[in-house]
Write a protein that binds this ligand. Structure first.
Ligand code: UD2
Ligand code: MN
Length: 317
């Protein structure tokens, strides 16, 4: 009896493993048939919104085939730039950010990281794969975190004007106090790309923390706004992000001249910009989660997530 039982278990296990392997071999095949290419999209997701009212895709796990997407963009031989700021004590986050990006962020593509810091000597040495590169640039420190965060727009604008226009196709601007945990690849590419903020995606828009004072250039009126987007991750084609950075910088500085600072600094200006200039691709909160938030069932994978930090210890004010 015991022998029979063991045999049955062995057979069931073998069949399961074989079926699993068969499934994986199908999934990992890059040269998909015409019918197969449409399968993932047709199966899609029904528990979340996957297209905006202005017909931009909202990228969730299960809405795309990663291997197909990579194969499409590989042929185009693109370069992706990524900016990250590590000013003051935030330099401590850089190592994990860079190390995990090697494992998950556009693996197999040409990626140029631009690190902006006031502590260039403390930039960690991280082994990077061929085709990936890191450039360190000095920026002044500040005694106000709001200024460090908001001045990113000006620095991104300058970087694009002085360096990137003929050197990169796409750019992503990312918070440093975060780590990659899952694939972030070609599915995220688009003209203008925004990430839905993990803290508000289940809320009614009346609760979104937009800037509510009409005196500010970042003003979003009650009843307006699509999603609440993160300041910690956005991107797109270099020329689109240039326009975004230039506009947000101007609006921010204009406000400052009149003694106004929007509720969430450049994040408020970004949200105003995205309300007027709809993103052509929207990334789900999988693309910027927060470690302190328990995972919700619709979030099948966390790709990038903010680490838990003690603000009082790391910010200058
Ligand atoms: C997840 C997310 O969307 N985060 C946004 C949010 O809060 P956060 O609490 O995530 O802001 P934060 O403290 O991470 O600051 C934003 C970023 O500025 C840089 N930094 C900041 C302070 C400092 O002393 N040194 C330094 O380098 C660093 O790259 C950091 O990641 O609101 C901020 C604006 O108020 C920004 O829009 C952030 O992107
Ligand atoms: Mn952050």
């Amino acid at each position: 009896m015991a022998v029979l039982h063991t045999k049955a278990v062995t057979v069931i296990l073998s069949v399961t493993v074989l079926l699993g392997l068969l499934y994986l071999s199908q999934y990992y095949r890059v040269s998909l048939s015409f019918e197969e290419k449409w399968k993932t999209v047709e199966a899609g997701r029904t528990d979340v919104v996957t297209v905006t009212p202005w017909l931009a895709p909202v990228v969730w796990e299960g809405t795309f085939n990663p291997f197909l997407l990579d194969s499409i963009y590989k042929r185009k031989n693109i370069t992706i730039a990524a900016t990250v700021f590590a000013v003051g004590k935030y330099i401590m986050f850089l190592k994990d950010f860079l190390q995990t990006s090697e494992e998950h962020f556009f693996v197999g593509f040409r990626v140029d990281f631009y690190v902006f810091t006031d502590r260039p000597n403390e930039v960690p040495k991280v082994n990077m794969a061929a085709g990936r590169m890191l450039t360190v640039r000095s920026v002044p420190s500040s005694n106000r975190w709001q200024e460090i965060s908001a001045r990113r727009m000006e620095i991104i604008q300058n970087l694009i004007e002085k360096k990137l226009q003929n050197r990169a196709d796409y750019i992503f601007c990312l918070d440093v106090d975060s780590k990659f945990h899952g694939r972030w690849g070609a599915e995220s590419l688009g003209g203008l790309v925004a990430v839905i903020h993990p803290g508000y995606y289940r809320d009614d828009r009346s609760r979104f923390p937009y800037e509510r004072s009409p005196a500010s250039n970042a003003y979003v009126a009650p009843g307006e706004g699509d999603f609440y987007y993160c300041g910690g991750a956005f991107g797109g084609l270099v020329e689109e992000v240039h326009l975004l950075a230039k506009t947000c910088r101007k609006n921010f500085e204009d406000d400052a001249k009149r003694g106004i600072e929007a509720a969430w600094q450049e994040e408020s200006h970004l949200n105003r910009y995205m309300w007027i200039n709809k993103p052509s691709k929207v990334l789900s909160p999988e693309y910027l989660w927060q470690d302190f938030k328990p995972k919700n069932p619709e979030v099948q994978i966390i790709r990038f997530s903010g680490v838990i930090k003690n603000y009082a210890n790391i910010r200058p004010n």
